[in-house]
Design a protein around this ligand. Structure first.
Ligand code: PEP
Ligand code: MG
Length: 582
């Protein structure tokens, strides 16, 4: 009987799965095999051109079988863009011709050079793209070598174990063939992990040692939420996980069944559940998950990964489509939140020591009024087609709000003069994500139509904990009493001034923290579409009167630990542990 082993890694995609392991042998071809000079580089250039066409065809075929809202879809679009990019293609060809190398060596040398340049950048976007470039090299070399890309053999569903998996490999996984996967490498935000989540396949990445300890045919349990992998479990452990899996699957089924019902507590308290989106095409997911509108449209994503600023007309068409699709539900369009960890190529953003405290969001817009006004015109024009609202990010001072509102007024006057239709009563709100604004919420509330609390930033600024620094992530705690008391204050100030208040940070996507927010009286929650069913399930399983009491008690506690212990052990919220992501 083989010994039971436990490995821990990064939870990449939730769910529990049990099955037999298949180890994916690394097909990484040794580049030494392609060293040396060739007699006729023209033949190699032709092989390269054929490989580019071949990979384009393969990618197009894979894309055709995919849902266009899947994150993998945009990864493959990115690959196609690279394969259409003549500057890269020509460098490859020159390398082959000048170095008289084999096509494989030319591709490898070109991409290695690009990656070298990228790795000197500290832009996270570029760093993430490095993995994609490596994947593309692999695809091209596999094409030249006539290798099969499909790594799933056999008819039985299996657990895939690999050193690393490229997004293009994960995209070929289907739930009937792959029960789950475990990798040695990889991070939570890698495209492979993102894809596993959207495919609904449990996965643990970054275990470092999975391929060392797991052999073909071993029985493996994956607990994707805990980031735990158990190899050759003992009979009692196997029994325990079989029953945990049963409970998890039942709850998931219930969640899906309930997702179209309203978000109402057992005693009739209604909360609006809306969605956060980054790209217009996610509207489809908003509708499917039962979202009642868009509570945060992060429009800056339209400005990223391109070399020009989107024109007013381009923006208008996109916002109009989203607003029309969501009608009669609202769409809260946040004006661009660039800076921090999101940069444009063309905005000439200076390198800053503390970008999250720097030239970001509304601060950027109030200086680049050309970009700001074009966006406001586009939003206002779209407001003629449904319930669009405008929201300013990172407001930290009342002057900023007043200046931004002045600019809205100027744009409105201009549109009126040009007889262009828009909603003259459009609601204007702010994100409350800086402590100064939370403290002065009672004053801000008199000058806006709504608040949306951005807990992601509010936590980092309140606790002085960089939200993207893994080293200190243990200090980043949504349950910190300072954070909860600030949130409570903002909700109270909003209600005293008769405006609505929502929460659109990640706290609004977890069933347990959301119930605390509901208990504090929040009117709206906006979360990623994938989180909506669990949050709705949680809201429908409790009474508002008990949430109110729980929140008031939690607000008096001195530490995050006390609060979490209380919620998870002494209140009915403990029943929601299985679907909580905390
Ligand atoms: C937030 O800060 O909570 C928020 C929703 O905005 P973002 O995550 O885009 O900064
Ligand atoms: Mg924010």
């Amino acid at each position: 009987m083989p010994r039971e082993k436990k490995l821990s890694g990064i939870p990449a995609s939730p769910g529990i799965t049990i099955g037999k392991a298949t180890i994916v042998k690394s097909t990484h071809t040794k580049m030494e095999d392609f060293a040396g000079r060739v007699e006729n580089p023209e033949i190699e250039v032709k092989r390269f051109e054929d490989a580019v066409e071949g990979v384009k065809n393969r990618i197009t075929t894979i894309k055709e079988s995919m849902d266009s809202s899947s994150p993998a879809f945009s990864v493959f679009d990115f690959y196609l863009e690279l394969l259409e990019d003549n500057s890269i293609i020509n460098i490859c060809k020159d390398k082959i011709k000048e170095g008289k190398t084999k096509a494989e060596a030319g591709i490898h040398a070109t991409i290695t050079d690009i990656i070298k340049n990228y790795s000197q950048s500290d832009d996270r976007f570029f760093l993430e793209r490095m993995q994609d470039l490596k994947d593309l090299t692999r695809l091209l070399i596999a094409e030249l070598q006539n290798e099969d890309l499909d790594i799933i053999g056999g008819d039985e569903p299996q657990i895939i174990v690999a050193k690393n998996l490229a997004p293009s490999q994960t995209a070929l996984f289907t739930r009937d063939k792959v029960l789950g996967f475990v990798t040695d490498a990889g991070g939570k935000t890698s495209h492979t992990a993102i894809m596993a989540k959207s495919l609904g396949i449990p996965a643990v990445v970054g275990t470092r040692t999975a391929t060392l300890f797991i052999k073909d045919g071993d029985t493996v349990i994956i607990d994707g939420k805990e980031g735990l992998v158990i190899v050759n479990p003992s009979p009692p452990v196997l029994r325990k996980y079989k029953s945990k899996k049963k409970r998890y699957d039942k709850i998931t089924k219930d969640l899906i069944e309930q997702s179209k019902l309203p978000a109402v507590t057992k005693d009739g308290y209604k909360v609006t559940l809306s969605c956060n989106i980054e790209l217009a095409r996610e509207v489809k997911q908003v509708k499917e998950c039962g979202g009642e509108g868009i509570g945060l449209y992060r429009t800056e994503f339209l400005f990223l990964n391109r070399t020009d600023v989107p024109s007013e007309d381009e923006q208008f068409e996109i916002y109009k489509m989203v607003v029309e699709e969501m009608n009669p539900h609202p769409t809260v369009i946040r004006t661009i939140d660039l800076g921090g960890d999101k940069f444009m190529f063309y905005a000439d953003t200076p390198k800053e020591l503390n970008p999250f405290l720097g030239w970001r969001a509304i601060r950027f817009c109030l200086e680049r009024t050309d970009i700001f006004k074009a966006q406001l015109r586009a939003i206002l024009r779209a407001s003629a087609f449904g319930d669009a609202k405008v929201m300013f990010p990172l407001v930290s001072d009342i002057h900023e709000l007043r200046r931004a509102k002045m600019i809205v007024k100027e744009v409105k006057d201009e549109l009126k003069k040009r007889r262009i239709k828009f909603n003259r009563e459009i609601e204007v709100g702010i994100m409350v994500e800086v402590p100064s604004t939370a403290v002065l919420a009672h004053l801000f509330a008199k000058e806006v139509d709504f608040f949306s609390i951005g807990t992601n930033d509010l936590i980092q600024y309140t606790l002085a904990v960089d939200r993207v620094n893994e080293r200190i992530s243990y200090l980043y705690d949504p349950y910190h009493p300072a954070v909860l008391n600030l949130i409570h204050r903002v909700i109270d100030s909003a209600h005293k001034n008769r405006i609505w208040v929502g929460v659109c940070g990640e706290m609004a996507g977890d069933p347990i923290s959301t119930l605390l927010l509901v208990g504090m009286g929040v009117d709206e929650l906006s979360a990623s579409p994938t989180n909506i069913p669990a949050v709705k399930y949680a809201i429908r399983s409790v009474e508002f009167s008990e949430l109110r009491e729980i929140a008031l008690k939690a607000l008096k506690m001195a530490t995050a630990m006390e609060i979490k212990n209380y919620l998870l052990n002494e209140t009915p919220l403990k029943n929601l542990k299985l679907i909580s992501s905390d």
